[in-house]
Write a protein that binds this ligand. Structure first.
Ligand SMILES: [Mg+2]
Length: 395
């Protein structure tokens, strides 16, 4: 029988765990990272003590404060989280050539070829988990699987701090409800639920062809091994909730420009190009819309990303005649290599690289686009950028 060779590792309550590591008196306390209890915006991470009160990431800070009045609310120190994340991925990349980043604190590792060093694949996984914990000083949960889906679901069972292997993945998955399967979006879910289908096994017996499309690839596809993405996430996003709802279009554009600028810097620093871009808005009535498009060519240039995201923003603003409370942007389909491009495209990239070099020497805030300067009067400007109301980081 084939051995399970995919390990999924997820840092437990990442941001909150870092805060506890830096300030041990917080240990065991309900730590909530994301902002102050009376602020707009959402919880980024809640410690397990806070989760007992029903607080979870994505929840409005005010709701979290109601559920957990004793919560210790922190704004978060994102540059520290990024540093630890980098150490986490550097370490994984030294372990295996097949590391696929899922997000800032989560990755798949291809263990094939390493089993000869250990008595069994289970001992190997357990030992790798422990060495990761030692390296970053934080607890992680780990799942071993035949497929990425199986490994990720095993991690869910293992949380917090444990290690798990599902064994018979197909049976395990068939008993799950559909919303537990990554990649099944809310629309598909609604349609299937409308047909009276709640669990994977009901889908398999009633609509085997849909099962084959939605579930099969997760379990059997040849691409189920983690690809080497050098520890890079497949997508990267930046978003912010405004201190107050904004209806002024120029001001909304300035916020978006700043977020696009941050993304462009991220791409350049990581030697990546993005193939797709998505813009997200949330109106004052909390309705949220996204729109995405494939870029003309894969790029890291601010000018190109900005041009396309502005086009998407203008389409989104037509949806409702309301003020906005949040704007965000995401790049997807990130790649390291692309085909040769016409000279004209490279020009604006050279400009972005030049700007990036200046910022490396003198700090991010040493140079801004004119549009971004509108924000200077609203937010404090530090060396490494503006301090927006809610931090924006890939989750
Ligand atoms: Mg995590």
């Amino acid at each position: 029988m084939k051995a399970p060779f995919i390990l999924h590792i997820d840092i437990d309550a990442f941001f909150a765990a870092v805060e506890v590591m830096l300030k041990p008196s917080l240990k065991g306390k309900p730590v909530i990272v994301g902002g102050m209890p009376d602020e707009r915006g959402v919880v980024c991470t809640a410690s397990y003590a806070a989760r007992k009160f029903g607080v979870h990431s994505g929840m409005a800070l005010r709701t979290a404060a109601q559920k957990c009045p004793s919560g210790i609310f922190l704004r978060g120190r994102y540059h520290i989280y990024s540093q630890i994340s980098r150490r986490f991925f550097d370490f994984l990349n030294r372990l295996s050539p097949g590391v696929e980043g899922v997000s800032i604190d989560e990755a798949y590792i291809d263990l094939r070829g390493m089993q000869y060093l250990y008595p069994s694949v289970y001992q190997m996984a357990q030992s790798l988990k422990e060495s990761v914990e030692k390296e970053i000083g934080l607890k992680v949960s780990a799942g071993l699987g035949f497929s990425k889906l199986g490994a990720k679901l095993a991690t869910e069972v293992a949380k917090p701090g444990g290690f798990f292997f599902l064994g018979d993945e197909r049976t395990f998955v068939s008993n799950l409800t559909l919303e537990k399967i990554p990649g099944i979006g809310p629309h598909t879910l609604l349609i299937l639920q409308g047909l009276g289908i709640k669990r994977v096994k009901e889908l398999e017996s009633a609509y085997p062809s849909i099962w084959k499309k939605l579930i099969g690839p997760h379990l059997y596809s040849s691409s189920r091994y983690p690809g080497n993405t050098q520890g890079q996430a497949k997508s990267c996003s930046r978003e912010t909730t405004f201190p107050e709802d904004i209806s002024d279009r120029e001001m909304i554009m300035s916020h978006l420009a700043y977020l696009v600028d941050r993304l462009s810097v991220y791409l350049i620093e990581h030697h990546l190009f993005s193939g797709r871009i998505e813009v997200k808005v949330r109106f004052s009535d909390f309705s949220t819309f996204t729109r995405r498009t494939t870029l003309e060519f894969p790029t890291s240039s601010y000018q190109h990303l900005w041009k396309t995201s502005l086009f998407l923003l203008n389409q989104l603003l037509k949806k409702k005649k309301l003020a906005l409370r949040l704007v965000g942007v995401k790049v997807e389909d990130m790649m390291r290599q692309r085909d040769l491009l016409p000279f004209v495209c490279l020009k604006s990239e050279k400009l972005s690289h030049g700007v990036s070099d200046i910022r490396k020497r003198f700090g991010f805030s040493s140079i801004f686009t004119g549009r971004e300067l509108f924000l200077e009067g609203i937010y404090p400007v530090e060396r490494e950028g503006m301090v927006l109301k809610t931090a924006s980081l890939t989750k």
